[in-house]
Structure formats: structure tokens, C-alpha cells
Design a protein around this ligand. Structure first.
Ligand SMILES: [Zn+2]
Length: 121
């Protein structure tokens, strides 16, 4: 993978390729997300891209009920590599997501990472 001037470009390139990319610090070894130029843990600029397995666990969840629209869930997902992002879980009712549920990345998600329960095809 090529380094880009803006770390968001590398992230978006990953999503377009069906990959959930994150950064890992070459100095403190911690996972970094969202994409940055400087490690928020130790200040290093030695950040390198890695590709997440897409396996994660629901850390928090809530149901959004927009006026005259179908409700949907918004979740914080802890990826197995050690970073957290905001997303949603598809293929379940909006109120059917529970803290601790295991998830996998929906590969055809497109411009934003979306998850499904790990036990659903
Ligand atoms: Zn670091």
C-alpha cells in the first residue's frame, strides 16, 4: 500500500477495495483509528497501514428513530485488532443488537464500514 498525504485517502482506498484499514504505530505498537498523521498514544509519526480482519464486538448500541423513517441502530464496535469505530449492524432488527454481540464486516459496505452478526451469512 502506498503512503498518502492525507491518511483519510488511504482509508477510503481501503473501503473501496472492501478492506477496513487501520494504522499501527511502529514505536508503541498500538492500533490507531481514525486515520492520523501522528500517533495519539506516543506522538510518533511511524504509522503503517494494516488491514482489519473485520471481526469485532459490540461495545455500545442505541436505536435511532428518525421521524417517518425506519428505525436503525448505531453502534460502537471494538475490532479485534484493538481499535473502536462507530458503525451500524445490518440484517437484524434495529433493537436486536446487544452489547457483546460478535460481528463481522459486511464486505460490500461501500463508503462506510457496516457490520452483520458474525453467525449470519
Ligand atoms: Zn505510538
Amino acid at each position: 500500500m502506498t503512503e498518502s498525504a492525507s491518511p483519510w485517502i488511504g482509508y477510503q482506498e481501503g473501503l473501496a477495495a472492501g478492506e477496513l484499514r487501520f494504522q499501527r504505530c511502529g514505536d508503541c505498537a498500538r492500533a490507531v483509528f481514525y486515520p492520523r498523521v501522528v500517533c495519539p498514544h506516543c506522538g510518533s509519526t511511524a504509522l503503517a497501514w494494516e488491514i482489519s480482519s473485520g471481526a469485532g464486538t459490540v461495545y455500545a448500541t442505541t436505536v435511532m428513530r428518525p421521524h417517518r423513517q425506519e428505525p436503525y441502530n448505531v453502534c460502537l464496535v471494538d475490532l479485534d485488532e484493538g481499535f473502536r469505530l462507530m458503525s451500524r449492524v445490518d440484517r437484524v432488527p434495529a433493537d436486536g443488537v446487544r452489547i457483546g454481540d460478535r460481528l463481522r464486516l459486511l464486505k460490500e459496505a461501500g463508503t462506510a464500514p457496516v457490520f452483520v452478526p458474525a453467525d449470519r451469512s
